[in-house]
Design a protein around this ligand. Structure first.
Ligand SMILES: N[C@@H](CCC(=O)N[C@@H](CS)C(=O)NCC(=O)O)C(=O)O
Length: 221
């Protein structure tokens, strides 16, 4: 199994956590590709040009982080993360909501790479709105999660991943799109979600990150 990733390990966080929970982390061959590099070879794995991308042992590709997670979860015979019971639609909606926070965060950041005078502010404010509304909804979901602390599923993985990315690179405080954004603290605005996040981080699979030297050591091709 091959996992194609970027030097920014936040993009494959959910994939690594799911692989670790399924006990197949050591079966992953890692290949580093930077989608925005001119000489990137990402296209040979994924016509959509994105990481994470994946190649199964039969040589067939998979792409879309959530689909890769679902595939890896199929090896989890003890406690699969994608439920099949009555909760499956709620959990998948939560998964999509939190993964959308990650995508909106990325899109604002990518736009902010341009000179400030060239920013498409309307577009950035629209993505900002998605982050705020999605976090509001997840803050409600977290009330239910806290009632059942032993349960762990894919939406927990994607939510923790999106929140750790937001804690690391926060385009709302960086870009200051609306009044007060410079001091915005997601944990203050969404305290239930913040409390849930602080608690869940002690789970070993969530705390796992590729070491910086490992990221540098993986061959580009
Ligand atoms: N939520 C998506 C995120 C994928 C994503 O946006 N990856 C970025 C990482 S830089 C990318 O490859 N962008 C290249 C592009 O949009 O062309 C997933 O998990 O598959």
């Amino acid at each position: 199994m091959k996992l194609v990733f970027t030097p920014n390990p936040e993009y494959i966080h959910k994939v690594l956590v799911t692989a670790q929970e399924a006990g197949v982390l050591n079966k992953l061959h890692m290949e580093r590709q930077v989608p925005f590099d001119e000489d990137t070879e990402i296209w040979k794995y994924n016509p959509l040009g994105k990481v994470p991308s994946f190649v199964m042992d039969n040589g067939k590709p998979l792409f879309g982080g959530l689909l890769i997670c679902e595939y890896l979860d199929s090896f989890n015979k003890t406690a699969p993360l994608f439920p099949k019971d009555d909760t499956r639609w709620d959990v998948r909606r939560q998964m999509i909501t939190s993964d959308g926070v990650f995508d909106a965060t990325t899109l604002i950041r990518v736009e902010s790479w341009r000179d400030k005078a060239e920013w498409n502010v309307d577009y950035m404010v629209r993505e900002r709105r998605k982050i705020m509304l999605a976090l509001k909804l997840l803050n409600e979901d977290a009330k239910e999660w806290l009632k059942n602390p032993k349960r762990f599923h894919i939406a927990h993985v994607t939510t923790a991943g999106s929140l750790s990315y937001l804690s690391l690179r926060n385009p709302i405080t960086d870009c200051k799109l609306e009044p007060g954004d410079g001091d915005w603290d997601w944990k203050k605005e969404f305290p239930v979600l913040g409390g849930w996040y602080d608690g869940i981080l002690s789970r070993p699979s969530l705390a796992f990150r590729l070491a910086k030297e490992d990221i540098a050591a993986y061959p580009k091709a």
